[in-house]
Ligand binder design. Sequence first.
Ligand code: G3P
Length: 214
Amino acid sequence: MFVLVNLKTYPCDPIEVAEAVRDVDDRTDARLAVAPQAAHLERVAETGVETWAQHVDPIEHGSNTGQTLAESVADAGADGTLINHSEQRLKLADIDGSVRAAERAGLETVVCANNPAQIGAAAALGPDAVAVEPPELIGTGTPVSQADPDVVEDAVDAAAGVDADVSVLCGAGISTGEDVVAAGDLGAEGVLLASGVAKADDPTAALEDLVDPL
Ligand code: G3P
């Protein structure tokens, strides 16, 4: 299972969490990665953890003030990027442009979507993976696998119907190893989570709990 920890703009210490993700990754068969804010990418990547950006824009080098260039993210040490997170929504043409920009820069891609219909559209753009996250469950601590298991199964079917090579993650409310196992049982190949680790008093203990049953 792939466990991707999004730090959003939570007031955690990104280096402390990155080191915890790196160390727990070393002790498990699961694949763990962390997505800090853009300004923290370089310092986080220097810890040796698998590092993801939270967003890249559909642009090339040029006159794009305030935007995030995929090549700069890759130069900072990122291995991949989220695109179209529920808190950083893009138009379909811009999701496509961001996926192309990430590919150009050699970044792995996870395109987020709210529901199975959007997952089908996202998978058609050819990312490495898609992530289904019902927005109303984000940050609630109630896991999507429990509150709405059909969303995960339908997202897996929707992606497979478009492109069998696109893997599916699920997210929203995931905070325990039981949630991760439930996500896998519904067909997801990984989870995308944030508050369960970024807001934890002890990120290492939270991560160990997440991967314990894997
Ligand atoms: O990017 C992950 C996220 O949107 C889910 O957040 O806090 O419910 O794990 P959370």
